[in-house]
Design a protein around this ligand. Structure first.
Ligand SMILES: O=C(CO)COP(=O)(O)O
Length: 254
């Protein structure tokens, strides 16, 4: 299956990110990495400009969150249909920063994923344990609960990507060992198989996210059951993001 490397800009991009995106586009035109699908997820305010920067390229555009409904009296919210209208083909839902900062429960994440499908977007559904849950040995229980609650029955390999992002690894420079990532991703694949059947589970991309950097990308991304990365900080710099994407170039470990 073709891996996906997606960049989550979070609430960044006022300064140099669009110029960096232009540089990334140029870099990929000069030295393509067709082995990987590449996506950037800027804040909603930058979608239109990012779309212009990317016009005619293979780099895809995603968004970072959506409201479950199509339209209505929901000040400050943005629907999946609006994101599609702005050029997005995917949307991240259930990121831990939304679960924690905005108190989003699994049921809401599930509704947001359904909204993504309704609008024709791919849902990138994020799950991950906190540092305390990790320390207390609750990781697999937490992930199972999040998957059961957040992944709709309608999820298919064609419309859904799962991103495993341990909260303690996000922005911290800490990462699980490759063996831990392999164990967790294998577990996630097994739970998805129970929920959606083996065919969909087997074909669904499972991304790892949390402090993915050029220096650790090769070690983390060739772990069994890892089918790409969700990259935060390093996706804001063309050189760093390209260096992560480049690990997939043919001739690397496939
Ligand atoms: O949360 C993340 C991506 O969604 C990971 O962020 P960092 O790569 O900055 O740790």
């Amino acid at each position: 299956m073709r891996p996906l490397v997606a960049g989550n800009w979070k609430m960044n991009g006022l300064d140099s990110a669009l110029a960096e995106l232009g540089a990334l586009r140029q870099r990929l035109a000069q030295a393509p990495v067709p082995e990987a699908e590449i996506m950037v997820c800027p804040p909603a305010t930058l979608l239109a400009r990012a779309r212009e920067v990317l016009a005619g390229s293979d780099i895809e555009l995603g968004a970072q969150d959506c409201h479950p409904l199509v339209s209505g009296a929901h000040t400050g919210d943005i629907s999946a249909e609006m994101l599609a209208d702005a050029g997005a083909t995917a949307v991240i839902v259930g990121h831990s920063e939304r679960r924690i900062d905005h108190g989003e429960p699994d049921s809401l994440v599930n509704a947001k994923a359904l909204a993504a499908y309704r609008a024709g977007l791919t849902a990138i559904i994020c799950i991950g344990e906190t540092e305390a849950q990790h320390r207390d040995g609750e990781t697999l229980d937490v992930l199972k609960r999040q998957l059961r609650g957040s992944v709709p029955e309608e999820a298919r390999a064609a419309n859904t990507v799962i991103a495993y992002e341990p909260v303690w690894a996000i922005g911290s420079g800490l990462t699980p060992t490759p063996a831990d990532v392999a164990e967790v991703h294998g577990f996630i694949r097994g739970v998805l198989s129970q929920l959606l059947g083996q065919n969909e589970s087997g074909a669904m991309r499972l991304l790892y996210g949390g402090s993915v950097k050029p220096a650790n990308a090769a070690e983390l991304l060739f772990v069994p059951d890892v089918n790409g990365a969700l990259v935060g900080g390093a996706s804001l710099k063309a050189d760093d993001f390209y260096a992560i994407i480049e690990v997939y170039r043919a001739g690397g470990k496939a």
